[in-house]
Design a binder for this molecule. Structure first.
Ligand SMILES: [Zn+2]
Ligand SMILES: [Zn+2]
Length: 106
């Protein structure tokens, strides 16, 4: 019996739950909190989709979809855009003069 299966399950982004709720892990851009859905594709055609368990962060800049558990904390704890290391793009305390992660002067 010959069975040729082309397809797989992909994770996609559903509707936005909260705009600008977090920050992208890869590029540091603004990320929206979105519902996730899993899409089963057969021969590149979506045949079935069902909601994912957890919301995720979808980056507006690069499109990275990161699990919500890995993203920045939502809400008022979000640091302003300036409080970020220019070298490694990690969020740092605005009062720091040097990045605690890579040691670059801020
Ligand atoms: Zn990004
Ligand atoms: Zn740094």
């Amino acid at each position: 019996m010959f069975f040729f299966f082309v397809g797989g399950v992909e994770q996609g982004a559903g509707r936005a739950l909260k705009e600008a709720a977090g920050r992208c892990l890869r590029c540091g851009g603004t990320a929206d909190l979105v519902e996730t859905e899993k899409v089963l594709k057969l021969f590149f055609v979506p045949v079935w989709r069902w909601p994912g368990k957890d919301p995720a962060y979808l980056c507006r800049e690069c499109g990275l979809l990161a699990p919500g558990s890995l993203g920045a904390e939502p809400g008022p704890s979000l640091l302003p855009r300036e409080a970020r290391c220019g070298a490694c793009s990690r969020a740092v305390d605005p009062q720091f003069r040097f990045c605690p992660f890579c040691g670059s002067a801020l």
